[in-house]
Design a protein around this ligand. Sequence first.
Ligand code: BGC
Ligand code: NOJ
Length: 832
Amino acid sequence: MEQQKRYGHFDDNNREYVITDPQTPWPWINYLGNEDFFSLISNTAGGYSFYKDAKFRRITRYRYNNVPMDNGGRYFYIKDGDTVWNPGWKPCKTPLDFYECRHGMSYTRVTGRKNGVEASVLFFVPLKKWAEVQKLTLKNESNEVKNLKLFSFEEWCLWNAATDMENFQRNFSTGEVEIEGSTIYHKTEYRERRNHYAFYHVNTEIQGFDTDRETFVGLYNEFADPQVVMEGRPRNSHAHGWSPIASHYIEVTLKPGESKDFVFLLGYIENEQDKKFSAPQVINKDKAHALIAELDTTAKVDKAFAELCEYWDALLNIYKVRTGNDKLDRMVNIWNQYQCMVTFNFSRSASFFESGVGRGMGFRDSNQDLVGFVHQIPPRARQRIIDIASTQFPDGGCYHQYQPLTKRGNNDIGGGFNDDPCWLIFGTVAYIKETGDFSILDEMVPFDNQPGSEVTLFEHLKISMDHVIKNLGPHMLPLIGRADWNDCLNLNCFSWDPNESFQTTENVSEGTKAESLMIAGLFVVTGKDYVALCNKIEELKNGKIENFNSSTLKSFNFSAEAERMQKAVDAMIEAVKKHGWDGEWYLRAYDFYGNKIGSNECEEAKIFIESQGWCTMAEIGAEDGMVAKSLDSCKKYLECEHGMVLNNPAFTKYIYEYGEISSYPEGYKENAGIFCHNNPWVIIGECIAGRGNDAWSHYAKILPSYVEEKYQTLHKVEPYVNCQMVAGKDAFKPGEGKNSWLTGTAAWMWYTVSEFILGIKPDYDGIRIDPCLPETAGDYTVNRKFRDAEYEITIHPNGQQKGVKSVTLDGQKIDGTVIPYSAGKHTVEVVM
Ligand code: BGC
Ligand code: NOJ
């Protein structure tokens, strides 16, 4: 095989990915920030920042799909004699003597060297701070004195990222800044309804500045050769309208061997209504001064950075595996968990594929993401569940998305995705199993955020289940609505108008027979969980924990409810067996007219992955061999070199009755792409069936560290995280990755490996041990913090794929495979 070019490598000790060539096949990005203030940063320091919401509070401007790609960001220009260069190579692209970008856990360090000067910038957002720190260290490694001219650069966004890119007749007249010492303030629209402003500060005296973009760049110049920088002379421009920016100018003299730090701070401030101004037209800067004072020295910044590193140490110490296989360990211990945290924070809103203006938080997405981070930050998972449930409607349906800033459902997309309600069970059960906190069920949660409409969270779960039962079709299978998990299976859409959204259009839905086998499987899986939850509550009510506070739950008959739902689950299983089996695999759906989708009878797309995943996870018809046959069919028809495709064969033409799925060219996205998100469903199906070799081989195919070397060029996107889609076997270029970072794949890969492959499953009463491994697996150890306990669990697979023979807890053999929870440190030995 031809030697592939390499752009970087993992550094496991530092938990970093080290990029050694700035010209990666696509921008390889990282995320900064953990709570309110966030930034995206590429390996050449491109990207932008926002507060909470990438649409409504965009702090710096970014032009998506630009030419060249990824232009715009936080740039430092260093003028050394006639040479102008940037530490991250871009935008000047002056060849560097050395370049390195280290993406770490919520920080990025970019280092460049040129003509005896090293410039290294550490970017991070300190915990609990509304600011991005950029600590620049300049070092003279030459034998002569260096007189450098340093220019910083940020371009302000006029807050609303959508209108910022479209309403120029207004925008070019609204921009306003203030300059005070070494701080440039951005206060557009502050004079009217905004109570927030941003600033860009540096902790040293400056010798000049610029705040007007055209003055700084020059109308006929570019980021690569801004006229101010090229001439080495700031203009002290003051922006009025047009496009405000922030650039500091600093003259730096460095003796041989000398190094200097500069702390740049990009901050965001909100003021109370009556404290907005300190004088007419002058913004109140008290909070900005205070924030600057907290981060204005190298020592303070280093301390904040150490705190951030400790925060990540703690998060990544909760689940740690040692298998001796570096490729697996680094994904489990570092990158998969990191990606889960990023998806928790960003849902599907802002990446280099999601522009931040399109989508907020998804109802289904955020519930699924939860299994990826609930072990790390249970209180925030709890809040997330309440926020999500608050966007539900009284009939159990729900808004498909909500905005993080307002936490309100998005009206433009609305509801009608009939899988959505089930995911609330999925997320909530994961939370309770991890924490043992049943009290969340007792929380009062509104419908559609309407005060006065509150019922307990448990009742939200109940109506979620009922929503499925009340929306069954002619085969007693769930009606699909606008779509199920597959947003592109739009069976009531019937659109010939390219201006109609596939997602929100239901041109004909009256009398629909469109049913989903994916929802059927999902309903059985979450229904069983719901039944188990009800039974568990009943058990606890009878003694072990204090009863619920709310009167509805106090008097509620949970065992009758468990029985009721078990019947519905059994009925669904029967319906699938009767109407959902195609002979070799599960059908995917019935269309509007009641015709089969995903059947051998179909011309194209004879088999789909989603129903195989969910119905095998639900073990529907296992006793009749359906599960095994379905899993075999996935291998036979869906699997290819790069993973399993979503459907096979791909659609080759648009089908009016099916909607968006058939709109994509063959092999891409929902039309026979490898939608990484649902590969784990089949892998879990394999694990439940005990087929460890198969589970592992599917898993390794989409594990970033396994494809890292082979695909640095083919795969294109970041080798340290999963992407949503890899082009399938029918695509023009199979193996090409797209939509990196923000994908349910992260949480599902984590759930798969942590609970089903390595087999450490949180449960109500403790930790259930149930690994499913390839025969080649050796002994391994998992350190797992769980509530107030810490377990060191060593598994001896003995060549077995599945089946635990014995579990020894602190030297004592226990019955069964659940380690009963008790606080403190424990050692567990597991023999398979
Ligand atoms: C994409 C889906 C996505 C949907 C939601 C579609 O175009 O193919 O993956 O979930 O849009 O906006
Ligand atoms: C991406 C969406 O975020 C997710 O909700 C959906 O399930 C998949 N695409 C599949 O269409």
